[in-house]
Write a protein that binds this ligand. Structure first.
Ligand code: MF3
Ligand code: CO
Length: 257
């Protein structure tokens, strides 16, 4: 069952998601050569506590950190460590919080210092694919229109979409129905309705789509070792169209849907 939220509940979710966006902005600004992903995790943790919120990922199915920090060929669920970032790396910063019982969830991939033009294109196309998916998150459409739009944009730009991980409904749980694949035929699946809140999160590989999970049980990497990018927004479906609840305004992605 897909839980639809009232306007008042969406306003509460806006609070949790605005906090995620603000912290991601700060993490993106702190992402620089020499920083470790453990530093970024500690910063996220501190900001969440200062806001009186709770980290959504820590302890979720045993996940050990506040932040997922996935470097280069790591796709998602990278565990923060003492590995220092170096110029030219890319890192996906994915974070969730709980405020007043409602979840917020968003991710951005940022370059560390100067990155290669083809790497920048991977980031840009992935964020654009998210924007195209969000544009399909409209009342009266069908769920698979979202993934279809993402896949079409990614593949027409010569990259590939990851199949093993999907977006999700979100609300009083981190992962609610429906699952939101980043591929598929249009016009399939549940009809999109006012009050649905969806975390849309394309994962895009520069090479082939295959991924595997490392022995730590979490870190997903590309099978071919190619770079991977990940952007995620939490989006409420309103009568006026999609309302992005995790709009950022600083560095690291455009901040625009
Ligand atoms: N944004 C991811 C998701 O929604 C992050 C989950 S990490 C986990 O699935 F640790 F919480 F599993
Ligand atoms: Co998510």
């Amino acid at each position: 069952m897909i839980v639809c939220k009232s306007a008042a509940e969406i306003d509460r979710m806006a609070g949790a998601n605005a906090l995620v966006a603000a912290i991601l902005d700060e993490l993106a600004a702190a992402t620089a050569p020499g920083a470790t992903t453990r530093d970024l995790d500690a910063l996220a943790d501190r900001r969440i506590r200062e806001a009186g919120a709770r980290a959504a990922f820590k302890g979720y199915r045993g996940y050990p950190a506040t932040l997922c920090a996935s470097i280069n060929e790591q796709v998602v669920h990278g565990i923060p460590s003492d590995r220092a970032l170096v110029e030219g790396d890319i890192v996906s910063l994915d974070m969730g919080v709980i405020v007043e019982g409602f979840y917020g969830d968003s991710a951005v991939t940022v370059g560390v210092g100067a990155i290669a033009p083809e790497t920048a294109r991977l980031l840009r196309v992935t964020e654009e694919a998210l924007g195209r998916g969000i544009a399909q998150a409209r009342v009266g459409g069908r769920l698979s229109d979202i993934g279809h739009a993402v896949q079409q944009w990614v593949e027409s730009n010569g990259f590939s979409v990851v199949r093993e991980f999907v977006g999700h409904g979100i609300g009083q749980a981190l992962h609610e129905e429906p699952q939101i694949p980043n591929y598929g035929e249009p016009g399939r699946g549940p009809r999109l309705a006012e009050g649905m809140v969806l975390a849309i999160e394309p994962m895009v590989n520069a090479g082939k789509p295959g991924v595997k999970v490392l022995a730590d049980g979490w870190t997903a990497v590309t099978r071919d070792g190619s770079l991977s990018a990940h952007f995620e927004h939490t989006v409420a479906l309103t009568a006026d169209g999609p309302r992005v609840l995790t709009v950022r305004n600083g560095a690291g992605g455009s901040g625009r849907p």
